[in-house]
Design a protein around this ligand. Sequence first.
Ligand code: 1GP
Length: 246
Amino acid sequence: MTVKEYLLEKMSHGTIHMTLIDPAKQPPELAARIAADAEELGTTAIMIGGSTDVTQENLDKTALAIKDEVKVPLIYFPSGANAISPHCDAIYFMSMLNSRDPQMIIREQARGAPIIKKLGLEPISMGYIIIEPGMKVGEVGKADVIKRFDIDEALSYALAADLLGMSMVYLEAGSGADRPVPLEMISKVRDTISVPLIVGGGIKSADIATKIVRAGANAVVTGTVVESDSFRESLREIITSIRSCT
Ligand code: 1GP
């Protein structure tokens, strides 16, 4: 079974949770412990990536350490083609659709494609759409960040991703956002597209996660939550709330 088939199978039973770990933020051993805890708490996959400071070295070492500790798939969430690890199970082959910079829309992908092919890494195509506030990823990616009220704009981009044949759509408010993607935007996008909808950025509590699931997300991503020493309880509550909605 491919990683994509695994994700789709899990999503067919309800909304899934994925844990994002930035390899630049802690040593590999700690990243592996966090991943193991998240797996034990019921996360469906581990994503590895960050907007800045990801290097081939911290990516490879962290990916290897995580693979030693967990059985759930490890998916690379890249910010560019500068570092790609053969130690991940798959890579989100993603385009930041609302970037003003062709580098983020297709040039990094063209640079990375031959490497991904050579490594035999499973690509999972994804349309990546940055919603206000957008945070660091919006800034680094030179995104024309979609305003929170501009649901039609989000719908247009999400539908374009679907019609282009991308296998998933990710609505991103940005890591550490003070507000997640608006619920109405999530539900209207969910009603419009035919592919799974991933939502991330600013999801810090079980209460917010529940609302995101009820709005229609097929996958909820949390990252910042696991960067605190005492993350286990909040992650447990978030994952439990997602599972109990479905
Ligand atoms: C970032 O959507 C993810 O790409 C996670 O965001 O760090 O705010 O959980 P947080």
